[in-house]
Design a binder for this molecule. Structure first.
Ligand code: BTN
Length: 320
């Protein structure tokens, strides 16, 4: 009900009377009054005037379920949000909820802080309180498990577009799924899956974005940056999340039509920082150099080497 009240307050330009809220939501005045107090405690600035009602003046920068749900009307992605101020990892939590049958397709998990944020290849992900977006989206796609890794590229495309539109920064995708601004990483994506050989139980797409971070621990400050550091502006994180859900849903639909990236290929390659650059591909045992030519429909990186084009399915790529 809290998200419903927020939604109504956000839509109303003037004052919304207590009586109207009671009628619409079929609850008592006391219940409305209690929720208004809770919202004020969370940082919402609500003006209440007797005989006129309530007016929402300002929303705080928080990523609670109610704040997000009140904006994500009519969408599948993010229509239901599980929020806790602190979690070990939103990916771990999302997997638990999917296993329990609670999290369905489009279910979103968010936190203000992660105590054990996970990065790719067993690395950790620094996730301090209140500065970034730490979220995981549960999907139950009807696709072959072999094609699921492309979802990471689809996500990178959506996040990159939102960063560009919301901040004006020239962000790019570093294959397969890092988002970089001025050569430093601003967003990482960790996709995990539970499947059988031919059937996906669920996919969890974990997205970490350094949004309003002012500084980083020394060991990562050479490689990491934030939207604030690059643009000297702070951003409302819920707005960025809403936009990501919107674009991700859109790109996801295009991806599932053919279970490949043919409809997204041109846009992805335009945003690829590696394109026409010398890259070093680190495989399990060896590494090789070449010029990145872009991705193919399967999301593999095409690298021109002296011996011809090589397709890279996974691995670490560094720009030379
Ligand atoms: C990477 O190594 O680049 C991937 C980083 C992914 C971090 C995000 S933050 C939200 C979600 N929960 C996690 O524990 N990890 C992902």
């Amino acid at each position: 009900m809290k998200s419903e009240i927020l939604r109504l307050l956000k839509r109303e330009e003037g004052y919304l009377s207590g009586q109207e809220l009671c009628n619409r939501l079929q609850v008592s005045r006391t219940a409305i009054w209690k929720i208004m107090n809770q919202l004020k405690e969370e940082g919402y600035q609500i003006d209440s005037v007797s005989n006129r009602g309530y007016h929402l003046e300002k929303c705080p920068d928080i990523v609670t379920g109610e704040e997000l749900e009140s904006e994500l009307e009519g969408r599948v992605f993010g229509h239901e949000v599980y929020y806790k101020e602190e979690m070990d990892s939103t990916n771990v939590q999302a997997k638990k909820l999917a296993e329990q049958g609670i999290a369905n397709h489009g279910y979103l998990v968010t936190a203000e802080k992660q105590t054990n944020g996970k990065g790719r290849r067993g690395r950790s992900w620094s996730s301090p309180k209140g500065t970034g977006i730490w979220m995981s989206l549960v999907l139950k796609p009807d696709i072959s498990p072999y094609n699921a890794s492309m979802l990471t590229l689809v996500t990178a495309l959506a996040v990159n577009r939102v960063i560009r539109e919301q901040t004006g920064l020239e962000s790019y995708i570093k294959w397969p799924n890092d988002i970089v601004v001025n050569g430093k990483k601003v967003c990482g994506i960790l996709t995990e899956m539970s499947s059988e050989l031919d059937y996906i139980h669920y996919v969890v797409i974990g997205i970490g974005i350094n949004v309003n971070t002012k500084d980083f621990p020394e060991e990562i400050s050479e490689r990491a940056t934030s939207l604030f550091i690059e643009s000297h502006k702070t951003y409302k994180r819920s707005r960025i999340i809403e936009k990501i859900m919107e674009y991700l849903e859109f790109y996801y639909e295009q991806f599932t039509l053919n279970q490949d990236l043919r409809l997204l290929l041109t846009e992805y390659n335009q945003m690829l920082i590696n394109i026409e650059n010398k890259v070093v591909v680190q495989e399990k045992q060896t590494s090789f150099e070449g010029i990145a030519k872009g991705i193919n429909e399967k999301g593999e990186l095409l690298v021109q080497t002296e011996k011809g084009i090589r397709t890279v399915m996974s691995g670490e790529v560094s720009v030379r």
